[in-house]
Design a protein around this ligand. Structure first.
Ligand SMILES: C[S@@+](CC[C@H](N)C(=O)[O-])C[C@H]1O[C@@H](n2cnc3c(N)ncnc32)[C@H](O)[C@@H]1O
Length: 218
């Protein structure tokens, strides 16, 4: 009996330790709410770096990250030299939020819903870019449209939006973006491979007369 307990304890400790690692936490969250997480494991460093590089040229204004999960893209953004004070990250899962706040004490980590972005962003803040890992494909269409509407409203003429997808063809949300696509590339070194789309709202920016503020006024 004693022999069995002694063998169990290290096994439990190892299992506890594994669950605390990013892929373990991620998988646990995926099992709890697969539709919200949208992936069984965090993005690779290659995908994270690709996303971060797309927005690193913006010299001022907020960089908003949507759906940071365990923070692989957040880390890549910081590695690109973006100061933590310029980052605003919005995450839906409380488990991820607690981890992110410990990992990135100088980054503003908001526990919230990307669908309320206009309410979350401080009034009059200039938004330079939105980097999104949101599982837009698995969202109900009205929710997805409301999120994209708010991107259009928040990004000024020079703003960039970056979104990745596991659908290597044209994902269903693509036609709802209503922005100029400025780039697309495939990152094969990811599980599964992902396509990164970059958008500029430069030519589609509407006046507030033509396009009233989305429901959650900015
Ligand atoms: C595919 S995971 C990406 C995680 C991480 N960025 C990465 O690349 O490994 C999607 C993330 O979006 C978050 N998420 C899903 N819906 C959300 C929403 N409406 N608002 C904020 N975050 C959301 C999930 O909790 C999850 O962390």
């Amino acid at each position: 009996m004693m022999h069995r307990v002694l063998r169990l304890k290290p096994a439990r400790r190892i299992s506890h330790y594994l669950k605390k690692l990013a892929p373990g936490v991620f998988l646990q969250e995926f099992c709890a709410t697969p539709g919200t997480i949208g992936s069984i494991c965090p993005s690779s460093r290659f995908l994270a770096n690709r996303l971060a590089r797309e927005v690193a040229h913006h010299q001022d204004g907020l960089i908003i990250e949507l759906g940071p999960g365990t923070g692989v893209v957040t880390r890549a953004l910081l590695r690109q030299g973006i100061p933590p004070e310029r980052l605003l990250v919005v995450e839906y899962s409380n488990t991820f939020v607690q981890r992110l706040r410990k990992q990135f004490p100088h980054v503003n980590v908001v526990h919230g819903n990307a669908a309320d972005l206009c309410q979350i962003v401080p009034q009059n803040a200039k938004v330079a870019a939105i980097v999104s890992s949101l599982p837009l494909c698995s969202m109900p269409e009205p929710l997805m449209e409301s999120i994209l509407d708010q991107w259009r409203y928040l990004l000024d003429d020079r703003g960039t939006a970056v979104q990745f997808t596991y659908n290597l063809h044209r994902p269903k949300w693509h036609k709802h973006v209503q922005a100029r696509q400025t780039g697309s590339s495939t990152v094969w070194a990811n599980l599964p491979p992902a396509k990164v789309f970059t958008f500029s709202f430069h030519t589609t920016k509407l006046t507030s007369h033509e396009h009233p503020a989305p429901e959650h006024s900015c």
